[in-house]
Ligand binder design. Structure first.
Ligand SMILES: NC(=O)c1ccc[n+]([C@@H]2O[C@H](COP(=O)([O-])OP(=O)(O)OC[C@H]3O[C@@H](n4cnc5c(N)ncnc54)[C@H](O)[C@@H]3O)[C@@H](O)[C@H]2O)c1
Ligand SMILES: [Zn+2]
Ligand SMILES: [Zn+2]
Length: 378
């Protein structure tokens, strides 16, 4: 029986207030409005950014409205479409996107950026284009997260924040392309544009950092140095292509000095995948004078970097990357193809598979460094 046009009752993990674990609730998901698509979420990853919005809200992250349904790294199936939706039909396999690609704005028309701003202000406020959310609990509106909210069995997204993928793609794997893996991989191949035979350092070996390591390897880098304070991550880093790994805590000197010495002047590319201004500085200072490039993928919204001007003056480049620089709607299906063609690894990122009612365990595993990615099945 079709559920199109009806309110769907389902389970969602609700963040009632910052700093508190999520609660599983029975929620109502309204039908999609104009240019919106309702999807059944099949699998979702748990990203560090979800954790940060819950536990760092008003600290490292800006304050956002609660109650909130988190989750933004997912894959699912279209259940129904709203008026004027032309690109999606019920049954399509899709990946929702926290970065839209409307295809029409000035930024979408430029090859220089992926930073589409369609529905942006509303998405930051947790609502859709009409100023309301589609998810509610006993008539109380639950805000949506980055336009996605995948910690819910059903959600509604704008049709510009969704991409259709091939029907043979395993959703419990390709969900990782909704955020972490695409971000880290793109940070290396698209934003840094790592060159063949170059030397690279990747700071932070979580999913984003490991994907950056993989990007450096695919780009043909000769030396890929993984840096993490948790040595348990080193084995995985080697699987993704790290040629050596360093724990900053094993050294008396600052990590940037260690790297500059080790490489005889600094690495060609440094990728920051932690989200800490101190490490961003270390990453920048570990690059070679004259041509070193440092790319920041780590996410913080309120903190500032304190850069010694000379580091930039002498020819280094500092860049940030959002969603790895990918044009979300057009590039994610290509990344799915790369996975299906074995150019890109995904399975190796998944250390745990859990169910929605175990979502807080997934956060604990992430924070304690025991997981790379937990995939939650809904
Ligand atoms: N730019 C984007 O579009 C985007 C997208 C997704 C995630 N992110 C951000 O990327 C960052 C990483 O996300 P993740 O999901 O891989 O997180 P994660 O928690 O799985 O990994 C972070 C890693 O950093 C390591 N680390 C912590 N302190 C360190 C230090 N001082 N030196 C070296 N390593 C250190 C941890 O041990 C861990 O292995 C987060 O800040 C997240 O918010 C950004
Ligand atoms: Zn994420
Ligand atoms: Zn756009």
């Amino acid at each position: 029986m079709s559920t199109a046009g009806q309110v769907i009752k389902c389970k969602a993990a609700v963040a009632w207030e910052p700093g508190k674990p999520l609660t599983i609730q029975d929620v109502d998901v309204a039908p999609p409005k104009v240019h919106e698509v309702r999807i059944k979420i099949v699998a979702t990853g748990v990203c560090h950014t979800d954790w940060e919005y819950l536990y760092e809200s008003g600290k490292g992250m800006k304050s956002r409205p609660f109650p909130l349904v988190l989750g933004h790294e997912a894959a699912g199936i279209v259940e129904s479409v709203g008026p004027e939706v032309t690109k999606f039909s019920p049954g399509d396999k899709v990946i929702p996107l926290f970065l839209p690609q409307c295809g029409e704005c000035e930024r979408c028309r430029s090859p220089k950026t992926n930073q589409c701003r369609k529905n942006w202000a509303n998405m930051q406020l947790g609502v859709m284009a009409d100023g309301t959310s589609r998810i509610s609990y006993k008539n109380q509106q639950l805000y949506q997260f980055l336009g996605v909210s995948s910690f819910s069995q059903y959600t509604v997204v704008p049709d510009t924040s969704l991409t259709k993928i091939r029907c043979d793609a395993p959703l419990d794997k390709v969900c990782l392309l909704g955020c972490g893996v695409s971000t880290g991989y793109g940070a290396a191949v698209k934003t840094a544009k790592v060159e063949k035979d170059s030397s690279c350092a990747v700071f932070g070996l979580g999913a984003v950092g490991l994907a950056a390591v993989m990007g450096c390897q695919v780009a043909g880098a000769k030396r890929i140095i993984g840096v993490d304070i948790n040595p348990d991550k080193f084995e995985k880093a080697r699987v993704f292509g790290a040629t050596e790994c360093i724990n900053p805590r094993d050294h008396e000197k600052a990590i940037q000095e260690v790297l500059v010495e080790k490489t005889g002047g600094g690495v060609d590319y440094a990728l920051e995948c932690v989200g800490s201004p101190v490490i961003m500085n270390a990453a920048l200072e570990s690059t070679a004078e004259a041509w070193g490039t440092c790319v920041i993928a780590g996410w913080t919204e309120t903190e500032t970097m304190n850069i010694m001007v000379e580091k930039i003056l002498m020819g280094r480049t500092l860049k940030g990357t959002y969603f790895g620089g990918w044009k979300s709607v057009e590039d994610v299906p290509k990344l799915v193809d790369d996975y299906m063609n074995k150019k890109l690894k995904l399975d190796e990122f998944i250390t745990h598979n859990l169910t929605l009612d175990q979502i807080n365990v997934a956060f604990d595993l992430l924070k304690s460094g025991k997981s790379i990615r937990t995939v939650i099945s809904l």
